[in-house]
Ligand binder design. Structure first.
Ligand SMILES: Cc1cc2nc3c(=O)[nH]c(=O)nc-3n(C[C@H](O)[C@H](O)[C@H](O)COP(=O)(O)O)c2cc1C
Length: 246
């Protein structure tokens, strides 16, 4: 392990060290959303506007939030899943036709994540792997091995909660979407952005009587291989399990 690599990363990503970004060089902007190979047609989710009534008192919500690692066997409804996805990556506006403004902040509104979902218990939704399509507010099914939950748990060093929730949110970073504008400093922003997304998931889960646990202890290579990511152009940055409280 390279000792000091963290402080070296912080030093080398100071503005003084940055090269001219691809954006300033006039290179084309990467697309704001990236379809995955072999994905299905869009399966629309319930209108996220209909979930407004779920939100309880905000002070209670913030106070109640903890990391919950055990879940009831009861499923989430599609309306609840729609709410969680709206709170974590919901698109509010697309001014100018390309940049998306979402329910979470993102450096330069780059929104450099794709959300993959391991669905285990959601009413009316076949278990499996999906990609959330934010502009369409829809899911697209992806090919996946039948033992994905077990393999996800194994890739998280055996942390049982990873594959035990009703759903696991798997946030995939597409770094070029961020570095196109910010160069290597963009890698800092990816990690900051991921925190915003996960915190909204924690609070949204509490709002529907569910619990979430963020997970960053995973074997990068194992998890990227499991999800068909090359680890450079696209890599798993963070994940969280969600399920109803026991
Ligand atoms: C960046 C980050 C990584 C985390 N990784 C894990 C993890 O791999 N496994 C886990 O069980 N909890 C993980 N957690 C949850 C923390 O352990 C938890 O937030 C902390 O113990 C405080 O407890 P609380 O969330 O209930 O307040 C992570 C939290 C954060 C913010």
């Amino acid at each position: 392990m390279a000792r000091g690599i963290g402080s070296e990363f912080m030093r080398l990503t100071r503005h003084a060290h940055l090269e001219i970004s691809e954006q300033r060089l006039g290179r084309p902007e990467p697309p704001p959303v990236e379809p995955a190979a072999g994905e299905s047609d869009a399966q629309p989710l319930p209108d996220p506007g209909a979930t407004r009534a779920l939100a309880p008192d905000f002070h209670d919500l913030v106070t109640r939030r903890v990391s919950r690692r055990r879940y009831a066997e009861s499923p989430l409804t599609q309306r609840e899943l729609s709410f969680l996805l709206w709170c974590t990556q919901g698109v509010k506006d697309i001014p100018g036709g390309t940049v998306t403004l979402r329910t979470v902040p993102s450096a330069g509104a780059r929104h450099a994540f794709e959300t993959l979902l391991l669905v285990r218990r959601v009413e009316g939704l076949a278990p499996g792997l999906y990609r959330f399509d934010p502009p369409a507010h829809a899911l697209r099914a992806l090919p996946a091995p039948a033992d994905l939950s077990e393999r996800l748990t194994a890739a998280c060093y055996g942390q049982a909660c990873a594959g035990a929730g009703a759903v696991a949110f798997l946030w995939v970073a597409i770094p070029r979407r961020m570095t196109w504008r910010y160069g290597e400093r963009g890698y800092r922003y990816l990690h900051l952005d991921a925190g915003h997304v996960a915190q909204n998931l924690y609070l949204a889960a509490e709002a529907i009587g569910a619990g979430a646990c963020a997970i960053a202890a995973f074997d990068d290579q194992a998890i990227d291989a499991l999800l068909g990511l090359d680890g450079e152009r696209a890599f798993l940055i963070y994940l969280a399990a969600v399920g109803k409280k026991p």
